[in-house]
Design a binder for this molecule. Structure first.
Ligand SMILES: Nc1ncnc2c1ncn2[C@@H]1O[C@H](COP(=O)(O)OP(=O)(O)OP(=O)(O)O)[C@@H](O)[C@H]1O
Length: 260
């Protein structure tokens, strides 16, 4: 196999101190190939977001190995790391500064990294996510939920990263706009050969977006399977079977990829 774009090996994440330590992630390992889209699924509290936060540098208290293109990452990240990897959060309202215009939100990463040509890049970014220049000087509260998440995606792409970490990127959105945002993310991945690691509790979303999934329970990966295997309903583990059944009553057509 070619060198994976992202490799996580024996990742452990702990919260708390002294005698009150809780292990939220327990020996998690997986690989994501360049241009691939990998899903982390599992019930609430299984540790999915914590894995993503450790990879993104938001949590520093972990051990194990995280590599990007073979390069080992330290818990504390250098600025250059953020040109390689960016994260999109669940709730765009919480992740965008309420008193900054879209223009400022999109310009800021460029300023921090000393990248010029700001106006051209901001206008192109708005265009790339299906928002025109009319949105440039709006504030987050003047946008719909779907438009806000498009701005969050545009911001994540300003530094032209190769990897996006997507933490339930559509679950805070109206069902009617979820598919639009997922399609936008899919198109962007194809156009730019981006690598995605996506956390979701929604199996229809991974069926639509991902090629491979790791199923998590109580901080551990209990099963790794291709989305094809999931669609054919071929889980080996009882936990995965239950998860599949619980997802919308498990209608096989639901996982055909078009129902999102
Ligand atoms: N900052 C924190 N301090 C202490 N415990 C935490 C912290 N963040 C998460 N946890 C705990 O770690 C476990 C895993 O949480 P995590 O958010 O990763 O789960 P999840 O699978 O992403 O669930 P959800 O889909 O509900 O977000 C949970 O038991 C949670 O309570």
């Amino acid at each position: 196999m070619n060198q994976p774009m992202l490799e996580v090996a024996n990742l452990n994440v702990y919260f708390g101190e002294g005698g009150d330590i809780f292990q939220a992630v327990d020996s998690v390992s997986f690989k994501v190939k360049k241009g691939g889209s990998y899903g982390l699924v599992g019930e609430s509290g299984s540790g999915k977001s914590t894995v993503l936060r450790a990879i993104s540098g938001l949590i520093a208290d972990w051990d194990g190995r995280i590599c990007v293109e073979g390069e080992v990452l330290e818990p504390k990240r250098e600025k250059a790391f953020y040109r390689k990897m960016q994260m999109v959060f669940q709730d765009p309202y919480a992740s965008l500064h309420p008193r900054h215009t879209v223009d400022r939100i999109l310009s800021e990463p460029l300023g921090l990294h000393g990248i010029g040509d700001v106006e051209t890049r901001v206008l192109k970014a708005l265009d790339d996510v299906g928002l025109g220049k009319a949105f440039r000087f709006r504030y987050p509260h003047q946008l719909s939920g779907g438009q806000r998440q498009r701005v969050a995606v545009a911001r994540a792409l300003m530094l032209e990263p190769q990897i996006l970490l997507l933490d339930e990127p559509t679950s805070a959105l109206d069902v009617s706009v979820q598919a639009e945002v997922l399609n936008l993310l899919s198109d962007l991945r194809t156009e730019r050969n981006l690598t995605y690691l996506m956390v979701t509790h929604d199996l229809a979303v991974v069926a639509h977006m991902c090629e491979e999934i790791a199923v998590m329970s109580h901080g551990k990966v209990v099963e790794v399977m291709s989305v094809e295997q999931m669609r054919r309903s071929e889980p080996k583990e009882a936990y995965t079977r239950e998860l599949l059944m619980a997802s919308k009553g498990y209608d096989p057509e639901f996982f055909a990829g078009e129902a999102v």
